[in-house]
Design a protein around this ligand. Structure first.
Ligand SMILES: NS(=O)(=O)c1ccc(C(=O)NCc2c(F)c(F)c(F)c(F)c2F)cc1
Ligand SMILES: [Zn+2]
Length: 251
């Protein structure tokens, strides 16, 4: 069978043939309408214990620290597994979530799994509270001072030709200044589209330059993650029906 992708023959409009959950009740992404999100005072702040930007590599005595997210809507700490981007061919289309009809040039997903409750990522990926993805919008503007850290890393890895090992990079450099967010229950945005993701979408985008984004596209478009079979294609799934879900806001 031809594997899924973003082309005419194997793109989002036909994913439901192999993955019927594509038409399920908690699919992602969605269009976020800020005025319709309900402020929930019980939502705590997001806590990320990634390292700070300046640490070249986060390992200490040869072991890299675990990178965890906790707080917010989460009952347990979740462990970072990988991160990846979605982007469009050009201009300001490329994000998966949209905000009141507006889309961004790209969207960064930091994928975490509930290693307290589940033994493996695969098991968590099939459980309703198994994963949490922190989504960060990228808009184009001034150069991002740290993004070169990723593209430099990618150059190295591209050169080595091995599976992209992001463990030596801490994504703290890519966070905006505030961690205000929307949260809702959703799914993976690529097949198998498991409805296992607690989404945390940051309100504040980060800014990268057009040139940086172009470099990204060139570098990542060919980078296939062997172990995650991630399709870092220059494309994105469009917003899915909200159905009977609410979007909560941290502020
Ligand atoms: N765009 S996103 O919603 O943030 C997203 C995040 C992770 C994955 C992923 O890990 N896929 C491969 C993959 C699975 F989809 C599994 F269900 C599983 F069990 C795996 F082990 C696995 F690597 C897909 C989409
Ligand atoms: Zn993604």
């Amino acid at each position: 069978i031809n594997s899924w992708g973003y082309g005419k023959e194997n793109g989002p409009s036909v994913w439901h043939k192999d993955f019927p959950v594509a038409q399920g009740n908690r699919q992602s992404p969605i269009e976020i309408i800020p005025k319709q999100a309900s402020y929930d005072p019980s939502l705590q702040a997001i806590l990320l214990n990634y390292d700070h930007c300046s640490s070249i590599n986060i390992s200490n005595n040869g072991h890299s620290y675990l990178k965890m997210i906790q707080g917010g809507p989460l009952d347990n700490p979740y462990r970072l597994k990988q991160f990846h981007f979605h982007w469009g061919g050009k201009g300001c289309h490329g994000s998966e979530h949209t905000v009141a009809g507006r889309s961004y040039a790209s969207e960064l997903h930091l994928v975490h799994w509930n290693a307290v409750k589940y033994q493996t990522f695969g098991e968590a990926a099939a459980a309703p509270d198994g994963l949490t993805v922190l989504a960060i919008f990228l808009e184009t503007g001034d150069e991002h001072r740290w993004l070169h850290r990723i593209t430099d890393t990618l150059y190295m890895v591209k050169f080595k030709g091995s599976a992209t090992d992001f463990k030596s990079f801490n994504p703290k450099c890519l966070l905006p200044s505030t961690l205000q967010y929307w949260t809702y229950l959703g799914s993976l945005t690529t097949p198998p589209l498991h409805e296992s993701v607690i989404w945390i979408v940051l309100k504040e985008p980060i800014t990268v330059s057009e040139r940086q984004l172009g470099k990204f596209r060139m570098l990542l478009a060919t980078g296939e993650e062997e172990d995650q079979r991630m399709h870092m294609e220059n494309n994105y799934r469009t917003p899915q029906p909200l159905k009977d879900r609410e979007v909560r806001s941290s502020n």
